[in-house]
Write a protein that binds this ligand. Structure first.
Ligand code: NAD
Ligand code: MG
Length: 390
């Protein structure tokens, strides 16, 4: 039996992971499941999968979790520290699918036990990519990508030498507003930004798809994970979301990964790697689809893509500043304090501010330093939001 843990079990990626595991319960021993506010779902899954422990990030919800698990034999725990501790419980495969920088500390803890970390939490790579990679190397742990584009790149690279790679193209659907007139973007509502044309995902990543902050994060994730020069990474708008990424080689070949927009493919690939096993995803009928479209992304519509380039050029801890500012600006938009188009201004202003200050951004990449600059960037972004808010 393989021991597995799922961090962010109640979310979109977590539930898709549970869907795969629940199809073959005899193969898995579930160690830890974690969530935040959705105690009902967390407890139901922990009982159904006979998990050792269920952990909620919200310490105030511990009594509710205990009640829901009463008599089941599943342990209950709560708080950020308890989530990180759960990542040290021995497991052979751990899904990192918490949303946001909150996924960094548990991901690091999981790597320290030398396990296989299936990484959906792109924020941790953007904040502290080198630290994660170094920790994995020190402890003989493996990191497998779960983001669909990165899983696609990883698969296109099987058996290929990295020095034969000329470029990496990641595709973007363009999100909710790809065809909107530019002048309407400032008035985009939360409901409009929260609806994705192709993928069914958590609310935060869906809004990030509309602003392309998600793609901006993924460009940085590509640089960190595959260790390539930023100039080799291209973004291509592909409204059908069926080609997830392409790898271009020095002989002119482009290897494309094509599949339906269903995260169970990338999750399943990471779960069974290096084997390929049957997965319950739609088989594409290309003749019925007929054609694929491609467009160059417009950096006026999506300034996040330009900001990502600046972050990669700047280096240091600017990825952590970028991510924290982006998360704070997103909170501001969700709370109704910011217009949709204000988000990129807040992120750019926060980067300018902390870059110019010349302080912590050049500190060594340790977990403490990343968490400290994350806090500083959130404060800086919140101050900028207060000034902008109308
Ligand atoms: P989601 O919002 O649906 O779920 C997030 C999970 O994190 C939930 O289980 C929630 O309880 C938990 N969580 C939230 N705040 C927390 C905190 N402070 N501490 C601990 N746990 C907390 O998000 P999602 O769409 O499943 O995305 C999860 C991660 O996977 C993100 O990093 C996202 O960028 C990445 N990702 C998602 C998709 C997708 O299709 N949904 C695709 C690629 C990558
Ligand atoms: Mg993606």
């Amino acid at each position: 039996m393989r021991r597995v843990s799922i961090f962010g079990a109640t979310g979109s990626i977590g539930q898709n992971t549970i869907d795969l595991i629940a199809r073959a319960p005899e193969e898995y021993e579930v160690v830890a499941l974690t969530g935040a506010s959705n105690i009902k779902q967390l407890a139901a899954d922990a009982i159904a999968l006979k998990a050792q422990v269920a952990v909620t990030a919200d310490a105030a919800l511990l009594p509710d979790l205990r009640d829901a698990l009463q008599g089941s034999g599943v342990e209950a725990a709560a708080g950020a520290q308890a989530i990180t501790e759960a990542a040290s419980r021995p497991a052979d495969w751990i899904m990192s699918a918490i949303v946001g920088a909150a996924g960094l500390a548990p991901g690091m803890e999981a790597l320290r036990q030398g396990t296989t970390l299936a990484l959906a939490n792109k924020e941790s790579l953007v904040c502290a990519g080198q630290l994660l990679l170094d920790t994995a190397a020190t402890h003989n742990a493996d990191i497998l990508p779960v983001d669909s584009e990165h899983s696609a790149i990883f698969q296109a690279l099987v058996g290929e030498p990295m020095d034969a790679v000329e470029r990496i193209i990641i595709t973007a659907s363009g999100g909710a507003f790809r065809d909107w007139p530019l002048e309407d973007l400032p008035n985009a509502t939360l409901a409009q930004a929260s609806s994705h044309p192709n993928w069914d995902m958590g609310q935060r990543i869906t809004i990030d798809s509309a602003s392309m902050f998600n793609k901006a994060m993924e460009v940085i994730e590509t640089e960190r994970f595959f260790g390539v020069n930023p100039a080799m990474i291209e973004v291509l708008v592909h409204p059908q979301s069926m080609i997830h990424a392409l790898v271009g080689f020095y002989d002119g070949a482009l290897m494309a990964h094509v599949g339906p927009p269903d995260m169970r493919h990338a999750i399943g690939y990471a779960l069974h790697h290096p084997a390929r096993r049957h997965l319950p995803v739609e088989r594409l009928d290309l003749a019925a689809i007929g054609s694929f479209e491609f467009r160059t992304p417009d950096e006026v519509r999506w300034p996040a893509l330009r900001i990502a380039r600046e972050v990669m050029d700047r280096g240091g801890l600017s990825g952590a500043v970028f991510n924290a500012a982006k998360e704070t600006a997103l909170d501001g938009f969700i709370a109704g304090h910011l217009k949709f188009t204000d988000m990129s201004d807040i992120v750019a202003a926060t980067l300018d501010r902390l870059n110019a200050a010349g302080g912590h951004i050049d500190d060594m990449m340790t977990l403490d330093n990343v968490l400290e600059i994350d806090k500083l960037a959130r404060e800086t972004a919140r101050a900028a939001i207060l000034k902008t808010a109308r």
